[in-house]
Design a protein around this ligand. Structure first.
Ligand SMILES: *Cc1c(COP(=O)(O)O)cnc(C)c1O
Length: 333
C-alpha cells in the first residue's frame, strides 16, 4: 500500500463508517480574527470533539475496520495522549481490550483520562519512540493489533473527514491552517482539499522547540528530533524513521510548515478563551498563534483553521490565563 491508495473514496468511506461515533463539530467564524486580518477566518472546533480531540476520527475508523478475530484479542496504542484516549474510548464502547503505552513525559491527567475508559496504561521510557519500543514488544508477546497514531491509511482517512466537513459547510475556503506533528491530520485534510482544488493553500504549523515534520521535510527524509517540554505537548514525538505515508503526503500536499514559539502558543490559548470562551490545548493553539503573528502574510481570503483539541491541564490553563488577564497585560490579543 502507498499514499496513492489513500483516495478520496476511502475518506468518504471513513465518514460513513464513523458517523455514529464522532461529532460533526462546528465551523464558526472568528469575528475578532477576521477583523484583525481583514479576511474571513473560520475555526473548526475539534476541541469540542468527543474525547476532546480529532484523534477520535482516525481511531474510530481503524477500530471499526478490524476483523472479529482482531477485536477479540484486543488493541494496542502508543501515544502522547490524545490518540491513546481516543483508542481507549472506542475500544471501551465495543468491549475491546485496550493497552496504551506512554512515555513518562505524558502528563498524569492524560493517563487518568485513558484509565477512565478502561484502558490498561503502561508508562515507560523518556520519549514517544521509547513507548513505541515497549508497544512493539507487547504487540508480539500478546498478539494485540497496533493502532498507529498517524502513519496508517485508515487513521489518515479518518482525520480526512474533517476536510469533507469543512468543504461541505464552506466550499469557498481557499486556505487551511492546520497543526502538524506526525502529519496524519494534515495529510488527511490536505488530501481532501487539494483534490477538490489544487489551488487551496495548506499551511502546517508546529512549535519551534521540537518540530519533527518540519526538520524531516527540510532534510528530504524522516529525521529524529530531541523532545523538549512544550505547551503543545500533543505535537511532541518523531514521525518515525520508517514513515510510510504521512511524510510523503505532507511533502506533496502541505505548501509550507510554519513555526511558533511557546510565548505565541500562550497567546493562542488566551485568544480562544478571550474571544470564543473555549479552552484549547497548546497543540490546537498553534493555529491561532500563527494567525496572531504580527509579521505574517496570510494567503487567500477565506481561511479555515483547525483547533485540534481541548485536553489542556486546567491548572496550566488557569495559570496562563490569570497571568495575561491581569489588568496590566489585558489587551494582549
Ligand atoms: C495529535 C494531535 C495533533 C497533531 O496531529 P498529527 O496527525 O500527529 O499531525 C494536533 N493537535 C492535537 C490536539 C493532537 O492531539
Amino acid at each position: 500500500m502507498s499514499q496513492t491508495d489513500i483516495t478520496l473514496r476511502k475518506i468518504f468511506q471513513a465518514q460513513k463508517r464513523i458517523a455514529g461515533m464522532v461529532r460533526h463539530t462546528p465551523l464558526v467564524e472568528s469575528p475578532s480574527m477576521s477583523d484583525r486580518l481583514g479576511k474571513s477566518i473560520l475555526l473548526k472546533l475539534e476541541c469540542l470533539q468527543k474525547t476532546g480531540s480529532f484523534k477520535l476520527r482516525g481511531a474510530a475508523n481503524a477500530l471499526l475496520s478490524l476483523s472479529d478475530a482482531q477485536k477479540e484479542k484486543g488493541v494496542l496504542a502508543f501515544s502522547t495522549g490524545n490518540h491513546g484516549r481516543a483508542v481507549a474510548y472506542v475500544a471501551g464502547r465495543f468491549g475491546i481490550k485496550c493497552v496504551v503505552c506512554l512515555s513518562e513525559r505524558v502528563p498524569q491527567y492524560r493517563v487518568a483520562a485513558m484509565e477512565k475508559f478502561g484502558a490498561i496504561v503502561v508508562q515507560k521510557g523518556k520519549s514517544q519512540d521509547d513507548a513505541y519500543e515497549v508497544a512493539l514488544k507487547l504487540e508480539k508477546d500478546e498478539n494485540l493489533t497496533m493502532i498507529k497514531p498517524f502513519d496508517d491509511p485508515l487513521v489518515i482517512a479518518g482525520q480526512g473527514t474533517i476536510g469533507l466537513e469543512i468543504l461541505n459547510r464552506a466550499p469557498h475556503v481557499d486556505t487551511l491552517v492546520v497543526p502538524v506533528s506526525g502529519g496524519g491530520l494534515a495529510a488527511g485534510v490536505a488530501k481532501v482539499l487539494k483534490t477538490a482544488d489544487p489551488s487551496i493553500k495548506i499551511i502546517g504549523v508546529s512549535m519551534e522547540c521540537a518540530p519533527a515534520m518540519y526538520h524531516s521535510i527540510k532534510a528530504g527524509k524522516p529525521v529524529e528530533v530531541e523532545e523538549k517540554d512544550s505547551l503543545a505537548d500533543a505535537l511532541l514525538g518523531g514521525i518515525g524513521l520508517d514513515n510510510q505515508f504521512t511524510f510523503s503526503m505532507v511533502e506533496k500536499y502541505v505548501d509550507t510548515i510554519e513555526l511558533v514559539s511557546e510565548k505565541e502558543i500562550e497567546k493562542g490559548i488566551l485568544f480562544a478563551y478571550e474571544h470564543h470562551g473555549i479552552l484549547i490545548e497548546g497543540a490546537a493553539a498553534v493555529t491561532l498563534a500563527w494567525l496572531l503573528k504580527p509579521e505574517i502574510e496570510v494567503p487567500g481570503n477565506h481561511i479555515a483553521g483547525i483547533l485540534s483539541g481541548g485536553n489542556v491541564d486546567k491548572n496550566l490553563a488557569f495559570d496562563i490565563l490569570s497571568r495575561y488577564l491581569s489588568p496590566k497585560e489585558k489587551s494582549i490579543t
